[in-house]
Write a protein that binds this ligand. Structure first.
Ligand code: ADE
Length: 268
């Protein structure tokens, strides 16, 4: 999979994406990054200007259409005949999520446009952009960090990028659930013991426990995702009638989870 990033700060992209897992994946030829400097396509040979004042007035400068369009056409020429998806990273876009990452990961080539200043001339956006994507409801100084966040999330879904294919499948947000808690050695640390079930060697019970924990953690921390999960996985009707738990009675799992969350809050 090939990422092409149109930017005024190519060094930021190159340095940001060339370490750790993504750096390794690039070396293996599983993914490639190309940061293309929009300034190289300015018609202003002397000052390499790429921005100008906004028609109608208003503070700040706007990135002009021509250098961005020429930069895009150079990338298209390199890619070949097909029209690639072009993501404009902007706080005005749809908020990026795991499903979008999975969708983008099926593309052979992806082009990102990173804005700066007060924005980009609308006409070039209409001409080339296929997806408007934000990374959250806050405003950053430019599109490079959001582009890198998305490229990271997309790359790890490309087959072979993660050592263990399974780790991409079981982590948070698959099936709208957050990941269950995990523990490593020692068995006891600061008086806290690893849950006994994880030491039992009973894989079926461990899987059941992990699913329960994932559901409970999602319910407490991300009620929005929990609602989606419950809609897609409605509880199976019980065969025998059992005594209904009063809504005021908390389960043992609730109590542990709430204590954990309280402790985390106290520590922050
Ligand atoms: N550019 C500035 N802020 C942004 C955001 N939150 N998401 C995507 N692009 C941006």
């Amino acid at each position: 999979m090939n990422f092409h990033v149109m930017t005024l700060f190519p060094e930021m992209i190159e340095q940001g994406l060339d370490t750790s897992i993504l750096g390794r994946a690039r070396e293996k030829g599983l993914i490639s990054f190309e940061a293309v400097n929009i300034r190289d396509y300015s018609n202003d040979i002397k000052h390499r200007k790429v921005d100008d004042y906004t028609y109608g007035g208003g503070a700040g400068m706007l990135m002009q259409a021509q250098p961005i369009y020429d930069c895009y056409m150079a990338i298209r020429e390199k890619i070949g005949s097909h029209k690639p998806r072009v993501i404009y990273v902007t706080p005005q876009g749809s908020v990026f999520n795991q499903q979008m990452a999975a969708d983008f990961a099926t593309e052979e080539d992806l082009v990102f446009l990173c804005g700066h200043y007060e924005g980009v001339d609308e006409r070039v956006l209409e001409e080339i952009v296929t997806d408007y994507v934000s990374i959250g409801d806050y405003v950053l100084t430019g599109g490079e960090l959001p582009a890198m966040v998305m490229i990271d999330a997309i790359s790890r879904l490309v087959p072979g990028v993660l050592n263990n294919d399974e780790s991409a499948m079981t982590e948070s947000f698959n099936n709208n659930l957050l990941e269950y808690p995990q523990y490593s050695r020692p068995e006891e640390w600061m008086g806290k013991k690893v849950p006994a079930i994880l030491l039992s060697g009973d894989h079926k019970k461990v899987d059941e426990w992990r699913l329960e924990q994932s559901i409970e953690r999602t319910r407490l921390r991300r009620p929005d995702l929990y609602e989606k999960y419950m809609l897609e996985n409605p509880p199976k009707p019980e065969k025998k009638k059992r005594r209904r738990k009063k809504s005021t009675e908390a389960s043992a799992a609730d109590v542990t989870m709430q204590a954990d969350l309280q402790e985390q809050e106290d520590n922050t």
